[in-house]
Ligand binder design. Structure first.
Ligand code: 6PG
Length: 512
């Protein structure tokens, strides 16, 4: 019996995706790994999956029914290139190679272009949800030709997360593979989180931006935690309770949920809060930086995302941080369970109000990270010629992926409406959040600045927000300076045209 689909690379993500595919009735899955023993062990560990283990690329091609479909789950970069080269030698016209890794969208475009002429289709599919998502239902962002999508759709829809299985939440979650989607009256009442995003690199482009939003969201959450810890002297477990409460309301999201869980966790070796024994230096694999770099290249302001990337770099800049304690300014107490709690100087009610304020600041920050991300996606779509359905994209981010959040229901509704907003910033819900939360964001940032607590995500969000609101900002002076030193020209507020002032002459103005 031939396999319907192959998974190449049997690391944790590849193994879990292969198991997810094998669980679907009627799917026979072939697995291949350069380390054949690893693929063999996977098949032995999960006999119920009935994996077909291929020993080399030619064997793999032989064991797949045509037109063949193989999903690469290998490291982004050279490993992906060499896996594609191996398959290109044994695959035939009409076969499809899918890259399911976190590849840069421009690499995906280039790889597809290199296969042109072979007749082999190349698709870049963004897969979000981590290890658990790969096994139980990820969110899948497909880039490739419409024909390839038609072939992939019946294979990917059954393995994708179901949006309402999380949104309804009657106790069952996507973490239970055998659970019927909660609240689903029929199969039609829930939504498989997979969509065709556009040609070539579109799937990996939106996955990149997904990760940029993920970075921003994580940074904003981490800042809220730091404010509660250093500004109010709260212990991790208490802060966890605040997050748990927040997760019951408008802030409800996977990242808030896991934050509450992490903060409640106690280190077995020391008996201290787990977060207090984790080294304060964040790592990154690069997708957040790509989102910031692409934003810069496209002229899209994405400061909350960029600050999130810089904050991780700052946290790991050991040489600079070693000098930090000698720099002047207020130094909030570090997270140390044995240190005396910092007094916020607030009464109980005031403290409660200030905590609520931080929650509202976080909500506005989160919403603005989405505004920045969607702005980058629509600008990227224009630049690269993709017609991206933003409503469908928001819908498939409602479950399975790392940035899934209650507020995405509202984003999806906005973009799916008969009068979709030109930008998310024009959406009623976004405006309403801004109206309800901007004062809280302002006072939270002011408080943090006074206390010497770094809040680059929240502060840059506020500057972004105020920058957008301002009818007359600082750019007019920048343009005037540019014309003054470099004859770079300017536009006027009162007349059409491009102008230059003869600064070193009689200072008269010429129209160009
Ligand atoms: C996802 C995640 C996934 C990965 C991040 C981690 O959507 O499932 O985003 O892709 O966990 O890329 O990124 P960093 O290691 O850069 O934090």
């Amino acid at each position: 019996m031939k396999a319907d689909i192959a998974v190449i690379g049997t690391g944790v993500m590849g193994s879990n995706l292969a198991r997810n595919l094998a669980r679907q009735t009627g799917h026979r899955v072939a697995v291949y790994d350069r380390d054949v023993a690893r693929a063999t062990t996977l098949a032995e560990d999960f006999p119920e999956a009935e994996f077909i283990v291929a020993t080399d690329p030619a064997d793999l091609a032989d064991r797949l029914a045509g037109p063949r479909v193989a999903i690469l789950m290998v490291n982004a970069g050279p490993a992906t290139d060499s896996a594609i080269a191996d398959l290109a030698e044994v695959f035939a016209p009409g076969d499809i190679i899918v890259d399911g890794g976190n590849s840069h969208f421009q690499d995906t475009i280039a790889r597809g272009a290199r296969l042109t002429g072979t007749g082999i289709e190349f698709c870049g599919v963004g897969i979000s949800g981590g290890e658990v998502g790969a096994l139980l239902g990820p969110s899948l962002m497909v880039g490739g030709s419409p024909a390839a999508w038609q072939r992939l759709r019946p294979l990917l829809e059954p393995i994708a997360a179901r949006a309402e299985s999380i949104a309804v939440g009657d106790g069952a979650t996507t973490e239970d593979p055998d659970a019927a989607p909660p609240g689903a009256a029929s199969a039609e009442s829930y939504y498989p989180c997979v969509a065709h995003i556009g040609a070539d690199g579109a799937g990996h482009f939106v996955k990149m931006v997904h990760n940029g939003i993920e970075y921003a969201d994580m940074q904003l959450i981490a800042e809220a935690f730091t404010l509660l810890r250093d500004g109010f002297g709260m212990q991790a477990s208490e802060i966890g309770e605040v997050f748990e409460e927040w997760n019951e309301g408008e802030l409800e999201s996977y990242l808030i949920e896991i934050t509450a869980d992490v903060l409640a966790h106690v280190d077995a070796a020391t008996g201290r809060a787990f977060v207090d024994i984790v080294a304060d230096a964040a790592k990154a694999k690069g997708t957040g930086a790509w989102t910031a770099q692409t934003g810069l290249a496209l002229g899209v302001p994405a400061p909350t995302i960029a600050e999130a990337v810089f904050s991780r770099s700052l946290s790991s800049a050991a040489d600079l941080r070693a000098e930090g304690p000698r720099l002047a300014g207020p130094h909030p107490a570090a997270a140390d369970a044995s240190a005396a709690p910092v007094s916020s100087g607030l009464t109980g009610d005031e403290r409660r109000a200030a905590i609520d304020e931080i929650g509202r600041a976080l909500l506005l920050g989160k919403v603005m990270a989405y505004v920045q991300g969607f702005h980058e996606i629509s600008t990227g779509a224009r630049e690269y010629g993709w017609e991206i359905d933003l409503g469908a994209l928001a819908s498939i981010w409602r479950a399975g992926c790392i940035i899934r959040a209650r507020l995405l229901d509202r984003v999806a509704e906005a973009f799916d409406s008969s009068t979709p907003p030109q930008t998310l910033l024009a959406d009623d819900y976004v405006r309403d959040v801004a109206a309800r939360c901007q004062t809280a964001l302002r006072s939270t940032v002011v408080r943090a600045i006074g206390q010497g607590i770094a809040v680059p995500g929240l502060a840059s969000t506020l500057s972004y927000y105020d920058g957008l609101r301002s009818a007359a900002g600082s750019a007019a002076l920048i343009q005037a300076q540019r014309d003054r030193f470099g004859s770079h020209t300017y536009e006027r507020t009162d007349r059409e045209g491009t102008f230059h002032t003869l600064w070193s002459g009689d200072r008269s103005e010429v129209q160009l």
